[in-house]
Design a protein around this ligand. Sequence first.
Ligand SMILES: Cc1ncccc1N[C@@H](C)c1ccc2c(c1)OCCCO2
Length: 116
Amino acid sequence: AAKKDKVSKKLIKELAPCKAILEDLECHDDAWPFLLPVNTKQFPTYKKIIKCPMDLSTIKKRLQDMYYKSREEFCTDVRQIFNNCETFNEDDSPVGKAGHCMRQFFEARWNDLCTS
Ligand SMILES: Cc1ncccc1N[C@@H](C)c1ccc2c(c1)OCCCO2
């Protein structure tokens, strides 16, 4: 039991900063296209083109449900949002631009974390 507690304590320490980063992403001015899963009725081709949909509300739920076993898993899901955005949206579209901006914001916060 002691070993398990040590692991879970480590995990909480690892993932606490992820929760803070997620909150900053959610309240960013350019977060609006990424807050909820893309509505596939509104965008019928989305399901066909994007194999791993991801959004900030899904990541928030996964954090709350202790779904992530490491910081890296959290980081991979966040990057999935922006990779999907680049796949589906033109770079100079409003959503495409928001995606590039949000990715830049995230990667800077992620680097702070890894070098702190
Ligand atoms: C991230 C992403 N990738 C591809 C398609 C959509 C989205 N996001 C959704 C939330 C969205 C973005 C822009 C929208 C939109 C909905 O409502 C229809 C009207 C036009 O404006």
